[in-house]
Design a protein around this ligand. Structure first.
Ligand code: TYD
Length: 138
């Protein structure tokens, strides 16, 4: 996987004077079947979450509230996405190193994953990540 496999996805937005509504479904707006949902919240100023990559998990990240940056690295290049709209998400495929930082006060990061939680799917060491990238070259 390369940074060109990352996709910014604009979700449906049902405008309504009573309040707007957005959604996504398995294999529809996002390119995988959801096995797990988690969210990151109450992040103290200046903290960073999620400095790691996954061997097989694909993820989709939405800033449901507030804003934060998602910094992605494919082993050779780095790119930063600023998420700050609840109808806009980032598809991050497997084997992309990612960290979440610059959280605003009261921000809420929603993440859906193609896999259930499995510590063995994590690559938590960046040097190991680069070795795996060189072996796979995908
Ligand atoms: P982790 O993904 O390691 O977060 P970070 O990379 O920001 O440190 O998650 C932190 C801990 O939370 C992890 O050690 C185990 C637990 N956890 C679960 O039990 N289930 C989950 O779905 C997630 C994402 C984490």
């Amino acid at each position: 996987m390369k940074l060109t496999d990352v996709r910014e996805i604009v979700l449906p937005k049902i405008l309504d004077p009573r309040g707007n509504l957005s959604f996504f479904e398995n294999n529809n707006q996002i390119p995988f079947e959801i096995k797990r949902t988690y969210w990151i919240y109450d992040v103290p100023g200046g903290e960073t979450r999620g400095s790691h990559a996954f061997k097989t998990s694909n993820e989709f990240i939405v800033a449901l509230s507030g804003s934060f940056d998602v910094v992605l690295n494919d082993g050779s290049k780095e790119v930063k996405y600023s998420l700050n709209r609840s109808y806009f998400g980032l598809y991050v495929p497997k084997l992309i190193w990612r960290r979440l930082e610059n959280f605003s006060t009261n921000s809420l990061a929603l993440v859906v994953s193609s896999r259930k939680y499995d510590e063995f799917d994590y690559i938590r060491n960046f040097d190991e990540f680069k070795i795996i990238k060189n072996e796979n070259k995908e």
